[in-house]
Every structure is written in C-alpha cells, then in structure tokens.
Design a protein around this ligand. Sequence first.
Ligand SMILES: [Zn+2]
Length: 157
Amino acid sequence: MPEEIKTTVIITYNSVEGFGPGWHQGARLFIHSLENGWANEKGKGETPEQRRANTIIELAKSFPSELNVSIKTVDEFYIYAGEGTFASSLALMLDIAKANPKARMVLVACPCLWDYKVESVYGYNQNKDGCPIEIIPCECGGQHFLSRLAKQIISQY
Ligand SMILES: [Zn+2]
C-alpha cells in the first residue's frame, strides 16, 4: 500500500535551526520563518515588541505568495506562538483555518503565559464545529523544537 504523503507547513517569526525558509524535501515541508536569529532583534522597529510584531505582519502578508501553492493543499500547519505575540499567532492560525478547514492546526507555544494560551485555545475549540486546534509546548523562541520537528517530518520520506 502506498504511504500517505503529507504536506506540512511550519510558520515562526524566529528561525528554525539548520533550516532556511522555503520548501524542503521536494514539496513536503514548507518553512516560513526568518533566515536566522530572533524577530525581536532582526525585525523592523524601535523596540523588541515592535520588531516582533512587524515581523509577524510581514510573514503573514508574504505567506500565500511564498507558499506558491493553494493553502488548501496543505495537510498540517505548525505555528509558533511566543509570549507577547500569542494573539497574532492565533489570529494567523484562524485565518489559515478559515481558508483550509480540513487541515490539522497545531500551535507550538513557549511556556510564557502557558495557562492563558491553553485557555484561549480551549475557549476557541468549544465554539468550533470542525477540527480543534491543538497546542503543544516548546522552549522560548522555538528554534530547537521546530528544528527537531522538521527533521522528524523529513525523515518520513
Ligand atoms: Zn517564552
């Protein structure tokens, strides 16, 4: 029996260790991220918060054209959510969920304000008919966790 072939997207406003942004492993894994480092240092703006916020806005804007295929063809999305940016990351996820309601949606969240994040996701899921949003923990910044995740995804093919 042929194995099920999945397409996965990882979105983070920081970088993913060892992986640049773009398609990996043919068209199996798409990473939408910074080339390297942290958005609170590399983004545009006066303060770390502004730099992070501007990076998220830029990534959300460029995502559809960079992905270069229909969002509907993607099977699963992993989106990193840090501390001050949780609302923006969740909003981006909800936009994508609206465009592709069948996809698996996973928020990858750091421990900062963990209870608030979990409650927000549970609150959202209670009012939703389709697939629930999942939330899994990672370290602050997510660079190592998302790198391990990307390696695991690639090793399936
Ligand atoms: Zn954190």
